[in-house]
Structure formats: structure tokens, C-alpha cells
Design a protein around this ligand. Structure first.
Ligand SMILES: Nc1nc2c(ncn2[C@@H]2O[C@H](COP(=O)(O)OP(=O)(O)O)[C@@H](O)[C@H]2O)c(=O)[nH]1
Ligand SMILES: [Mg+2]
Length: 248
């Protein structure tokens, strides 16, 4: 599944063949989250991908999360095992891969171990329910780097769905202005046409990413289309991913 966020954090809505996701309205999505209680999400991505910003937006806050380890509350640096919770929305527990750009075998093995440990030993609440893999579009010429290759080829997340979130989609606007200026347009003309060109660039880069990930061993497998500027589509998509888990 692939979604897109920009500075205004618009997120793409998934369009699957049944159309279920699109029909679920925000109130129902929220009800599902309330019912589940603690929803545990692992957010992965390189440094500066926009992970923390995405979580803040989901939890409707600008505050930093509180960090808890197995001994209770802690301060400072956190690792993937620590639980991140925002006061504004205690229904979500996040785990942050932090800078996954190293893309080392060691990091992938640690991540793999967490999935295995949690799926074998934990009750539903303790398991990772979904993974949001953030890929920033700021370097759109090379959106997929070694870390993504390693994760999508070597990390078997088992039953846990991976939702790819393309972050910083607003970078496409700047790219579009640059291209239009190169074609000889004035700044004013370039600005007025930038949005349309940016949409096309976004479609192209998204397709390129999907194609690349489709060739990986553990590829994310559905697609999302841009609709509006809130986070509910990502939550819808996540709830949809959970359905499989609950059925088990
Ligand atoms: N232009 C733009 N900047 C963003 C966006 N999301 C995050 N940022 C900025 O990118 C930087 C890194 O964001 P952060 O959420 O801390 O990334 P993290 O390291 O993955 O947690 C910060 O300066 C954010 O303000 C976005 O969608 N568009
Ligand atoms: Mg962060």
C-alpha cells in the first residue's frame, strides 16, 4: 500500500478492488481505533523522512512523544523497542526505527527479531499491528535507496502489513517550478502551472517506486490515490490491514 503526504500532510486513499476502504467514513474508523484500545505501529524510514511529523499529525499535536521502555518512562534517545506515546492520543503506541538509512543487515535482523518475538509471545495488543514505511520524495531522482532494498527483500514481516507512505510530497512543487523555469517560463508563470506539473511528477515517481518495490521479495501490495488533506485515509488503510490480523 502506498500513500503520500506533503507539507499539508495529505494522505492518499487506498483503492482496492472491493472499494471497502473508500466507503469507511472517519467516524467508523475512529470507532475501530477506540475499540482496539492500543494500536501499535512501527514507523520506519531514514532520518528526516518525516516520521515524527507524521505521527504528530496523526495524533493532532506538535509535542514530542513520551518514551517508555520496559522499566517505565525514560528521556532522551529511544530505540526501536521503546514505546512512543503522545499525550494527545494515548490510543496509539508507536515504535520508531529512527534512522534506518544505514540499512545494515544488523538492523534488519533486529527488526525481524522484534516481529518474531512479538508475534510468538505477545497477545494481540502487544503485537505490531501495522508498519508505516516512510519514503521522502525530497530526493525524487533516487527515492529508493539501499535501506529500502534491504528491508523489502530481507525482512519478512509475517502477517503484519506494510504501508508505504511517501512523505514530503510538496517537494514535487519545487521540482515542477524548476522544470518550468528551465523551459523558459517566468517565475509567475511557473508558479501558476506548478501544481499541475507537480501532480504528474508525483504520479510518475509513485509509479516508479511501486514498480521497484514490486520486484522485491516482500513487497507492499496495494495502491492508494490522493483525495484530501487529512490523515484518516492512512488510518483507514491501517484498519483495513488489521482486519486480516483479527480474523486469525
Ligand atoms: N517540506 C516538508 N517538510 C517536512 C515534511 N514533513 C516533515 N518535514 C520536515 O523535515 C524535517 C524532519 O522531519 P521529522 O519528522 O523530524 O523526520 P524524522 O527524522 O523521520 O522523524 C523537519 O524539519 C520537518 O519539519 C513535509 O511533508 N514537507
Ligand atoms: Mg524523528
Amino acid at each position: 500500500m502506498i500513500g503520500v503526504t506533503g507539507a499539508n500532510m495529505s494522505v492518499n486513499v487506498p483503492c482496492d478492488s472491493t472499494g471497502n476502504i473508500l466507503r469507511m467514513d472517519s467516524a467508523i474508523v475512529r470507532k475501530h481505533f477506540d475499540r482496539i484500545g492500543h494500536f501499535r505501529i512501527l514507523v520506519i524510514g531514514r532520518s528526516n523522512a518525516g516520521k515524527t511529523t507524521l505521527l504528530q499529525r496523526i495524533c493532532n499535536t506538535t509535542e514530542l512523544p513520551e518514551v517508555f521502555n520496559s522499566e517505565g518512562k525514560k528521556r532522551g534517545e529511544h530505540n526501536i523497542e521503546d514505546e512512543l506515546v503522545f499525550r494527545s492520543n494515548i490510543g496509539f503506541i508507536f515504535h520508531d526505527s529512527r534512522g534506518f538509512e544505514a540499512g545494515s543487515e544488523k538492523e534488519v535482523k533486529l527488526m525481524q527479531k522484534i516481529f518474531i518475538d512479538r508475534s510468538v509471545t505477545m497477545k494481540l495488543e502487544g503485537r505490531i499491528h501495522a508498519i508505516w514505511y516512510c519514503i521522502p520524495l525530497t530526493d525524487s531522482a533516487r527515492p529508493i535507496v539501499a535501506a529500502e532494498g534491504l528491508f523489502f527483500n530481507d525482512c519478512n514481516t509475517g502477517n503484519v502489513s506494510v504501508i508505504v507512505v511517501l512523505t514530503k510530497a510538496d517537494a514535487m512543487e519545487l521540482e515542477a517550478i524548476g522544470q518550468l523555469r528551465d523551459m523558459g517560463l517566468t517565475m509567475k508563470e511557473a508558479r501558476s502551472q506548478a501544481h499541475e506539473v507537480a501532480q504528474q511528477l508525483l504520479t510518475d515517481v509513485k509509479r516508479q517506486i511501486e514498480d521497484q518495490l514490486a520486484g522485491c521479495k516482500h513487497n507492499p501490495n496495494s495502491c492508494m490515490n490522493k483525495v484530501n488533506a487529512d490523515c484518516d485515509p492512512l488510518l483507514r488503510c491501517t484498519i483495513n490491514a488489521l482486519d486480516d490480523l483479527e480474523l486469525q
